[in-house]
Each structure stands twice: as C-alpha cells, then as structure tokens.
Design a protein around this ligand. Sequence first.
Ligand code: ZN
Length: 196
Amino acid sequence: MSIKMVDFVVDKRSIRRFRKFVPVGPDNECWPWTGHTSKKGYGLFLVINSNGTWSNINAHRFALAISSGSVEQGKLACHTCDNPPCCNPKHLFWGTSSDNLTDCSKKGRMLKGSDHHFSKRPELTQLAADRRKISRGQDHGCAFLTQSQVDSIRAEYAAGARQMVLAKKYGVWQPTISDIVRRVTWTGVPSGPRNA
Ligand SMILES: [Zn+2]
C-alpha cells in the first residue's frame, strides 16, 4: 500500500489555529476535535503545504506532528484509543494500518457495534467519552478480530453482505470492515488455507 504524503507547514499561527478546535483535557482522556470531520469521523484541519497550496489533513496527524516535533514520512498517525476525532497526543503514535490493528489486538478489547454511530454524530462524542470513562478498559473502541473472522468477513462480503451488517455482527466499525474487504488492512497475512 502506498500512502501519499505532503509536507505541511507547522508554525505558530497554524498551531494557534489548531488549538482552537481541540479543548485540552486530562492526559488519560480523549480530546475530541470540535471542527469539521470526515465521513469516517476524523477531524479535518486546513494546512499550508510546503509548496504553498492548502489542503485538509487529518487533525490528529497535525496533533501528533506538533507533539512529536516531526512528520514521519510514509507513516500514519494512529490512535491507541480508536476514537477518530481524538487529538490527545498521548493517544497517538506513528505507525501503519496494521500497527493500529495490532495495538488494538494487544489490548484485546471489543467494540460494541453501536459505537460506530458516534463518529457520525459529533454531539455524541462527549457521551462516548463519558461511556469510556465509565466502562474503562472494556469498551475502549478497539476491535479484536481473528484471522478466521477476517476470512469470514471477506467471504460474506463477497457473497453480498452489507458492510454495516458485518460491522454489527463482528462488533467493529464499518470503516474497519471497509479496510478489510479492500485489503487495506490484514494484507500481510494469508487469507485462509486456499490463500485466495
Ligand atoms: Zn483518545
């Protein structure tokens, strides 16, 4: 998978503009983006590219760039909390799509199917954060899937099952299903004995 990257300018003005959209909370809680978001629920932040043009990037990528002092080329800004609008740098790391899944797998946490609505309804983000506080550690938004589940998801999708239905069935976000069926994630592992 090749990831297109552009260098963007990180200066005092852009940092000041960025901070207006991210109310800072305690270290161990999510800091949701309050500005525009993408369809997947990620914050969108307008940056100046090094060639002088403007473009929207994921807000959490900018958050990680500020906190780590650099942008790691070819890497994604990943969430340990799997909460798309979250811009708390303590919940972010440079990695790959599979790092993101691996990190979630280590925690072995399951996401309840209903949580995918939160990414589409920003007003519920605070509610989601509150729920996470209450059910600390158990319902933290990380999905744990096995290879056989991934195989089943691909087979069922190929047979016509809708992504939303699969997301609910396997307790993951719909974008996670989308990434699996498009083989954005789980690309490095063979898909069953047939290796299809
Ligand atoms: Zn977070």
